[in-house]
Design a protein around this ligand. Structure first.
Ligand code: FES
Ligand code: FES
Length: 170
């Protein structure tokens, strides 16, 4: 049994080693700090947005070892030994270029608040081996809330890229 005195307090700092946007780094992080705050406050990667902070809206979506995850529900200390990718890293590497172009062309980004999370969710979709129908694309982005577009334009943009890649079924 863990003695109360040996439990971590939220303020305690722990050394983590993480690969962030392809760069390996070491940082001391507070035990209570969630990943989205770590990215925004310590790493100045403010493309990861914060909305609900309860795992509902998807604005804080990042990739952890290639899979989408909620930055607001993940502690930064849990990232030791993991690869974290944010919208900034994938933009810099050009991996989001086709999706970003489609989002612009199809008017799938208006205020832009949801866009980073939406793009990372879409990126996971187009990177998978799945062939998806329009209804399935809609279902896959249902964890990312958008107050502006009504989702139609977002589905159009993702569908455009998936069609080009032969991953869209009518
Ligand atoms: Fe994380 Fe809303 S801020 S899901
Ligand atoms: Fe405004 Fe989605 S573009 S919330």
């Amino acid at each position: 049994m863990i003695e109360p005195s040996s439990q971590l307090s939220g303020e305690e700092e722990i050394l983590i080693e993480v690969t962030l946007n392809g760069r390996r780094l070491k940082r001391r992080v507070k035990a209570r700090q969630h990943l989205a705050d770590f990215l925004r406050q310590e790493m100045e990667l403010t493309g990861t947005h914060l909305g609900c902070e309860h795992g509902v809206c998807g604005a804080c979506t990042v990739l952890i070892d290639g899979h989408t995850a909620r930055g607001c529900l993940t502690l930064a200390v849990q990232m030791s030994g993991k690869c974290v990718d944010t919208v900034e890293g994938l933009t810099e590497s050009g991996q989001l270029a086709e999706l970003q172009e489609a989002f612009i062309t199809r008017n799938a980004a208006q205020c832009g608040f949801c866009s980073s999370g939406m793009l990372l969710t879409a990126y996971e979709l187009i990177s998978s081996n799945e062939t998806l129908s329009r209804g399935e694309i809609r279902e896959c982005i249902s964890g990312n809330m958008c107050r502006c577009t009504g989702y139609h334009a977002v589905v159009d943009a993702i569908e455009t890229v998936m069609t080009r890649r032969g991953k869209h079924q009518k």
